[in-house]
Design a protein around this ligand. Structure first.
Ligand code: SAM
Ligand code: SF4
Ligand code: SF4
Length: 377
């Protein structure tokens, strides 16, 4: 079957240049589908399996655990990778073994026409999962378009069911819009809909059971995330972390013993099932890090490649790409960098004797790449 027949429908609606690139990627993808890429392994034996792509460092919320400051230094617009550049890099990453891409930010839906990028990525048959993490504010108007473009999974961040608390937490009165976005995602029929909740002691930990019930009611699966001391979390203190065991104990007090489920590949969440069949997960990045199986790396909107959420330095991929490096040269660079990777940031943070925020405000201002909202969560 020709690539034209297979991908013709999905190509509709693209500009000529994007359409040509789409066709090239689709063709390469079909040609290489029969041959399995030799998986790259890092220094700890971990493959390169997932790529998180931050498409913008901008955000329409100011969550206190991520962007608590009044002002930020933004990436230069001219430095942002175009969708075509991101798709080209993703294709080279697919050669190296990446099969899952997650679009994130900042708030990814702030970037114009993200469905265009999804369509380009969906042309790549080796990327079997194309996911999005969003705060949901702009999701209602784009959920259907994203689904049609080939997005497979959506995760919406939701830390509270109370509008006034949402305002205090994010500095924006947009709680209704997020709930509307979640409903639209439910109706659009994604393979999977998840709700991510960062649990912070004294802030929203009294809503664990309600949020679990909300997830069940919308047919989504909740992930409770321990509050991490990453990048912009300058207000982080250890006493605000509600550990995995405590989250589990509170759920078991209400619902009885929960059944642990087998791990979902290399996904960071431990999954559990309640007696009524409701499934949920806990991401215990602080008290029980999962660095040993971590196959994720991150690409910022301006093309810096980071091997760990906690990494203080990254590799510039935009420079070589814009200077006209061949795909073989970029593939070689990826291989050199990944095979030397020994990052296990969260484990090392756990071993640290005294613990406060990872990076000072002064250093965050000097290098916005250290921010969580720049490198994507
Ligand atoms: N803006 C989008 C959103 O909020 O879903 C995508 C980017 S955001 C950086 C990705 C994820 O990182 C969100 O689920 C957010 O809750 C999580 N996150 C940000 N700061 C965090 C922190 N200090 N600890 C744990 N998770 C955090
Ligand atoms: Fe909140 Fe996501 Fe924006 Fe960070 S990037 S402030 S987590 S919405
Ligand atoms: Fe992976 Fe780094 Fe997170 Fe550990 S801390 S799981 S190595 S991204």
């Amino acid at each position: 079957m020709s690539t034209k027949t297979v991908f013709g429908a999905a190509r509709r609606g693209l500009t000529k240049r994007a359409g040509d690139l789409y066709h090239q990627i689709a063709k390469r993808s079909l040609m290489s589908a029969a041959t399995h890429p030799e998986l790259l392994r890092d220094a700890l034996g971990r493959p390169l399996g997932q790529l998180r792509v931050s498409v913008t460092d901008r955000c329409n919320l100011r969550c206190r655990y991520c962007m608590p400051e009044e002002e930020y230094h933004w990436l230069r617009r001219s430095d942002l990778l175009t969708y075509e550049e991101i798709a080209q890099l993703a294709d080279i990453f697919a050669d190296a073994g990446v099969s899952k891409v997650r679009l994130t930010g900042g708030e990814p839906l702030l970037r114009h026409d993200v469905h265009r990028l999804v369509r380009l990525l969906a042309a790549n048959g080796r990327l079997r999962e194309i996911a999005l993490t969003t705060n949901g504010v702009l999701l209602a108007q784009s959920a259907q378009l994203l689904r049609e473009a080939g997005l497979t999974r959506v995760t919406v961040s939701l830390d509270t069911l109370r509008p006034e608390r949402f305002l205090a937490l994010t500095r924006q009165n947009l709680h209704d819009r997020v709930l509307e976005g979640i409903r639209a995602a439910g109706a659009a029929g994604f393979e999977r809909l998840k709700i991510d909740t960062v649990v912070i002691g004294g802030l929203n930990d009294d809503e664990i059971l309600e949020i679990l019930e909300f997830g069940r009611s919308i047919g989504g699966e909740v992930r409770f995330i321990e509050y991490m001391d990453v990048g912009g979390a300058t207000l982080w203190t250890p006493d605000q972390v509600i550990p995995r065991d405590e989250i589990l104990a509170r759920i078991e007090r209400r619902h009885g013993a929960v059944e642990p489920l087998p791990p979902d590949g290399t996904a960071p969440a431990e999954r559990f099932r309640l007696r009524d069949g409701t499934c949920f997960g806990i991401i215990a990045s602080v008290t029980s890090p999962f660095c040993r199986t971590c196959d994720r790396s991150r690409l910022t909107a301006d093309g810096m490649w980071y091997l760990c959420l906690y990494a203080l330095a990254g590799t510039d991929l935009r420079g070589p790409l814009r200077r006209g490096a061949s795909r073989e040269e970029i593939a070689k660079l990826l291989a050199e960098v990944w095979t030397a990777r020994s990052d296990r940031g969260a484990e090392q943070r756990r071993e640290a004797r005294t613990r406060g925020p990872l990076v000072t405000i002064e250093n965050l201002r000097r290098d916005p790449h250290l921010e969580m909202h720049t490198r994507g969560g």
